[in-house]
Write a protein that binds this ligand. Structure first.
Ligand SMILES: [Zn+2]
Length: 289
């Protein structure tokens, strides 16, 4: 298995000094770029192993639908925010899973497209939401140039094999006036809640980060740099909430945290990485904002 490991550089800085950020006892581990603070998995398993694992996790099942349903309030909020900037046209949801996001983009205004790694889930999303969902990766799909008014990457960017290449492909697919919407987890928040005592109190486990499946954790300034490199300029950042929790107390605490960070975000937004989620909207850099 060790021969199937691959080493990668920081997607923003290229070859750059790193420190070991988390050794979670696997063959894979997380390192942090000392220059831009991006945390990424290296070494990591080769693509075929990771994709097989992702497909197994996100294949169609009742459990998967249940997990997805907990994100619907966040998806609804994000769809509303996005449609303040782009109101109709052709949309592509990358990593669309069961297609819940499509529900908030009415068929009368939007032609809906998706890509999803799991074949069974792609077939379900197509049928259930009257969408054109291709099973595979974004770069496999080979859509035409300047094709979409909106491309969304919601809660999936950490799975991307090559984040810069995917953004460059996105740039090719997006129309001149189009909008790219990316949701990422707040890096500091994710790390604080995912390891040690907080993780144990919330979820009865000492570590919920997994360097063999989630590849990248960006902070907002790092994601901005990556977007610039791919030919985009971010123009709006929003704070978004975590999925609903089944435990009432945990759910109340995560809601409280969301509202607190939302109210703070207007003050020192770029330096904050403590929000649960960020929704970043970007346009092509060749278009004046
Ligand atoms: Zn870096």
């Amino acid at each position: 298995m060790e021969s199937e490991l691959e080493y990668v550089d920081c997607p923003i800085c290229g070859p750059s000094p790193t420190r070991i950020w988390l050794n979670d006892g696997k063959l894979t581990r997380y390192v942090q770029c000392k220059t831009c603070q991006t945390v990424y998995s290296s070494p990591r398993y080769a693509k075929k192993f990771r994709h097989a694992q992702t497909i197994a996790t996100w294949s169609f099942s009742d459990e998967m639908l249940n997990i997805e349903s907990k994100r619907r309030p966040t998806l609804k909020l994000e769809a509303g925010l996005i449609q303040q900037h782009v109101r109709h046209g052709r949309m592509l949801d990358v990593g669309c899973s069961a297609g819940d996001f499509f529900d908030f983009f009415p068929k009368t205004k939007w032609e809906r497209f998706g890509v999803e790694l799991s074949e069974s889930t792609a077939a379900y999303a197509s049928e259930k939401h009257s969408a054109h969902v291709i099973a595979g990766t974004l770069r496999d799909a080979q859509f035409p140039n300047d094709y979409f008014d909106l491309i969304s990457m919601i809660d999936m960017f950490y799975y991307a094999d090559d984040t810069l290449a995917d953004l460059v492909e996105t740039r090719r697919l997006l129309k001149t006036e189009g909008v790219l919407a990316i949701e990422i987890a707040g890096q500091a928040y994710m790390f604080a809640r995912s390891r040690g005592l907080v993780a144990f109190l919330l979820e009865k486990r000492w570590n919920r980060l997994s360097s063999d499946s989630h590849l990248y954790w960006f902070n907002p300034s790092g994601l901005s740099l990556l977007l610039n490199k791919a030919g985009f300029q971010p123009f709006e950042w929003y704070v978004a909430p975590s999925p609903q929790q089944e435990n009432l107390l945990t759910n109340s605490l995560t809601r409280l945290h969301y509202f607190l960070l939302k109210s703070l975000s207007s003050r020192s937004f770029k330096s904050l990485t403590w929000a649960p989620k960020y929704l970043c909207l970007a346009r092509r850099a060749d278009v004046p904002l």
